[in-house]
Design a protein around this ligand. Structure first.
Ligand SMILES: [Zn+2]
Ligand SMILES: [Zn+2]
Length: 198
């Protein structure tokens, strides 16, 4: 387990941007972007970058771009309950990201900040045999997002930027050592607001 510095940086920088201007700009060409805009995943920095419509088109389609930036997909799929016990991650609010090299990482918020675990790749493949949609999760840019805290039963395939938004909610609402009274209702609202999308 390590504190995930890159993820923490991303959350800080997006918070700074929101506070600073209220207007977001394309990270490639600096054109202003609307509230709803595409994101690129920066494979070198493990961060997402905001892009305008014309720039996003440059990265659409398999094999587009130079491999450094990957367009983050839009789809969201709510899955039936997935038994993630075999993946061995000891928290109920977590997202799993398969990597291009076949490894799988899990990341989740904790009092110590964003935590990261390496998941047994064979256990992930075994899980995908019980839930075939997991085999379609696009490496690096999509994730299995899980919330089983307080008896909830949310299992989703989501774009990676949704996971970063979830972590930002936790970071904003967490108080003290235990999280306080605000954080779990805020997380529940986040999941209630997720809508399926193709
Ligand atoms: Zn642009
Ligand atoms: Zn953005």
């Amino acid at each position: 387990m390590t504190t995930d510095g890159a993820l923490a940086r991303l959350i800080r920088s997006s918070a700074d941007r929101t506070a600073a201007a209220g207007v977001e700009a394309c990270d490639l060409c600096a054109a202003p972007v609307p509230d709803e805009h595409a994101h690129l995943y920066d494979t070198g920095q493990d961060e997402v970058r905001c892009v305008c419509g014309p720039c996003s088109v440059l990265f659409a389609g398999a094999g587009a771009g130079d491999g450094h930036y990957r367009l983050v997909p839009r789809r969201r799929i709510r899955l039936p309950k997935v038994d993630t016990a075999a993946l061995g991650v000891p928290v109920g609010l977590v997202f799993f990201v398969p990597r291009a090299d076949g490894t799988v990482t899990a990341q989740g918020p904790s009092p110590a900040g964003a935590m990261r675990w390496e998941v047994d790749a064979a256990a992930w493949i075994g899980l995908a045999e019980t839930c075939p949609q997991l085999a379609s999760v696009e490496p690096e840019v999509e994730a299995l997002l899980v919330n089983t805290v307080h008896g909830l039963d949310h299992h989703w395939i989501v774009p990676i930027d949704d996971c970063y938004r979830m972590v930002a909610v936790v970071r904003r609402e967490w108080r003290g050592l235990s999280g306080g009274g605000q954080v779990w209702p805020a997380v529940e609202r986040f999941f209630e607001d997720l809508t399926e999308r193709s």
